[in-house]
Design a protein around this ligand. Structure first.
Ligand SMILES: [Zn+2]
Length: 453
């Protein structure tokens, strides 16, 4: 029996995760993510897949982030009719993220049509909110750490990896071979999320390498955040934090809550301005068993912010003369309400735009951190006068040492390891490290590569 594995994304990039596993006459897609960042990558979202979506038997999702789930509405629209298996929290978060993603695609298309900054007439959305709801109908939430079957021989399980609520690694066994997909690996000693669970023995392994060439600084993240907030507010400025709606936004709220509780920062208004972050924060509170905060603490963190629901409220905070903290999505400033705030707050040197998490190549976030003097938003060039900073250490991703630490929890040696989900340098650095330190057979696959296992 041969397993065939094809890499339909997350090669040379951290986005577009999609792996096709063919075994015993079944086709299983592990993750179904959107490509983000560079135009050359985003165009792949519009190209058809090398296989017919209708021929896929099941999709397994490691977690809800759009670079792992955001292509599903299109897969379903193009004919995939099978089940989407994931954990309950992943399903809950996808029911927030996917419709929002559809909505943003629709808005982008209509804005492009209205202002004419498109070569396509008319510009069409990649998919709509309705497509997202249709895809969600196919979700089948399952439990962590239990065995489930695709057919008599093929079984799989989800094991928690920290990172965000519901995130898991997936181990699939076809009766003769086993293969494990790390998904996005969380961190050891995260203040909010639990540590990744040990890696069970596996013949083949597909492991992420977002930070394959980097270590997170051992710094005092909370106090650094406090210092940036104080430096900004003392000048009369506001702090804008583009944060990933699911995961990082809640971690930021936790740290701000603690800073206020400790008396490190003044009692500035904190706005959570992203309908999606508000819903994700709600899921976070309700699922306190999946993270480290107890029920009371989780609710205190969630209630310490002003939730901004309507567009009118969102505009009003842009014109407040008082310093404030605005947490808004998207985390790499690729879309969402944060763009409207950036259009206003970037122009004033007193403000700070504080990024909190990995900024993919060619995103506005990366460009600002690299010192861009202007940033294009909705076809307009906005001068970057505000201070641009990065909150080191808030990442939800393991660095290479933590990945190695996790790999060492496996008892037997894998037959082969594929390093994916990293920009080229990061993936290559991780591969070299695994070869040199563990003596493993390691490969860094390229886009659309297929291997027989
Ligand atoms: Zn993720």
């Amino acid at each position: 029996m041969i397993m065939k594995l094809s890499f339909l994304g997350a090669t040379g990039t951290v986005t577009g995760s999609k792996y096709l596993l063919e075994t015993r006459g079944k086709r299983i897609l592990i993750d179904c993510g959107l490509f983000q960042g560079l135009k050359e990558l985003r165009l792949r979202n519009w190209a058809s897949l090398p296989i017919d979506p209708a021929s896929i038997d099941a999709v397994l999702l490691t977690h809800a982030h759009l670079d792992h789930s955001g292509y599903l509405p299109l897969l379903v629209r193009n004919g995939f009719a099978g089940p989407v298996y994931c954990t309950q929290a992943t399903a809950d978060l996808c029911s927030i993220l996917l419709p929002d993603s559809g909505h943003i695609h629709e808005e982008d298309a209509s804005r492009a049509n209205r202002y004419g900054y498109t070569k396509h007439h008319p510009a069409l959305p990649l998919y709509s909110e309705k497509d997202a709801w249709l895809a969600l109908d196919q979700f089948k939430p399952l439990e962590f750490s239990k065995q489930y079957h695709i057919d008599k021989k093929i079984y799989f399980r989800f094991e928690p990896v920290g990172h965000i609520l519901g995130a898991s690694y997936i181990r699939i066994d076809d009766g003769s071979l086993s293969i494990t997909f790390s998904g996005d690996l969380g961190r050891y000693q995260d203040p909010v999320m639990r540590s990744p669970s040990p890696l069970q023995d596996t013949d083949y392994l597909v492991v992420e390498s977002t930070y394959g060439d980097r270590l997170h600084e051992a710094n005092d993240l909370q106090n650094n955040l406090g210092q940036i907030i104080n430096e900004t507010s003392s000048k009369g400025g506001s702090v804008i934090i583009p944060a990933f709606a699911v995961g990082r936004a809640q971690a930021i709220l936790y740290h701000i809550y603690k800073l206020k509780e400790r008396g490190v920062i003044a009692d500035l208004p904190v706005y959570l301005d992203s309908p999606m972050s508000i819903k994700a924060t709600d899921v976070f509170c309700k699922n306190h068993r999946l993270h480290k905060l107890n029920e009371e603490e989780a609710y205190k963190v969630c209630n310490a912010v002003k939730q901004v629901s309507t567009v009118e409220e969102s505009k009003r905070i842009d014109h407040s003369p008082y310093p404030s903290i605005i947490v808004s999505a998207s985390g790499m400033a690729t879309g969402g309400r944060v763009l409207h705030h950036l259009k206003v707050f970037l122009r004033d040197h007193r403000n700070t735009v504080l990024f909190a998490g990995f900024q993919a190549n060619a995103t506005r976030g990366r460009k600002m951190l690299e010192g861009a003097e202007t940033i294009k938003i909705h076809g307009e060039h906005i001068p970057v006068k505000a201070r641009i900073a990065n909150l080191e250490g808030i990442s939800a991703h393991a660095d290479y040492k933590e990945v190695m630490q996790w790999l060492e929890t496996m008892k037997a040696r894998p037959s082969k390891v594929f390093v994916t989900h990293g920009e080229e340098q990061a993936a290559l650095a991780m591969a070299t490290r695994l070869r040199e330190e563990f003596g493993w057979d390691v490969e860094v696959p390229e886009y659309l590569d297929s291997v027989n296992l």
